[in-house]
Design a protein around this ligand. Structure first.
Ligand SMILES: [Zn+2]
Length: 143
């Protein structure tokens, strides 16, 4: 959560993001930690690409520090919106990730305009795409 605030404070309405690690219990996805973008990330008005080496290292480190409990869950990034909606590019890349995954792909998008962490559940959208299922599903966000 603090990562989201720090990143939004630094980048404003320029997109930023990272990866999410967590665990799944009783079909509920718990997000434990979010990474920062990494030093070689590409930030733009309408696109974002995390630093692949950096986020891979983050995932390995969090997994090791939690004795394997925390695994890669998905990606997060900001949009210059108040209540964000996924872009076509987001859905295309989600489909591509899902197609190469074993189970699902997930993206968590946060509206960076007037962001307040107590409004995270309304200022964000979480979309999941399962392997071999053509539909996208929106997940409920609880803090
Ligand atoms: Zn997006």
């Amino acid at each position: 959560m603090d990562v989201f605030c720090t990143e939004i404070a630094e980048w404003g309405t320029i997109e930023t993001g990272g990866v999410l690690v967590g665990y799944i219990e009783n079909d509920i996805i718990y997000i434990a930690k979010a990474s920062s973008p990494g030093p070689n990330a590409i930030h733009d008005i309408a696109s974002f690409q995390a630093d692949a080496n950096y986020v891979d290292m983050f995932i390995d480190m969090e997994s090791a520090n939690s004795a394997g409990r925390y695994q890669y869950i998905g990606e997060w990034h900001t949009h210059p919106q108040i209540e964000p909606t996924p872009s076509d590019t987001d859905l295309i890349s989600l489909k591509e990730i899902a197609d190469t995954s074993t189970d699902f792909a997930l993206v968590f998008i946060i509206g960076a305009i007037d962001f307040k962490k107590e409004f995270l559940n309304t200022q964000s959208v979480c979309v999941i795409k399962f392997l071999n299922d053509p539909l996208f599903y929106q997940l409920e966000v609880e803090i």
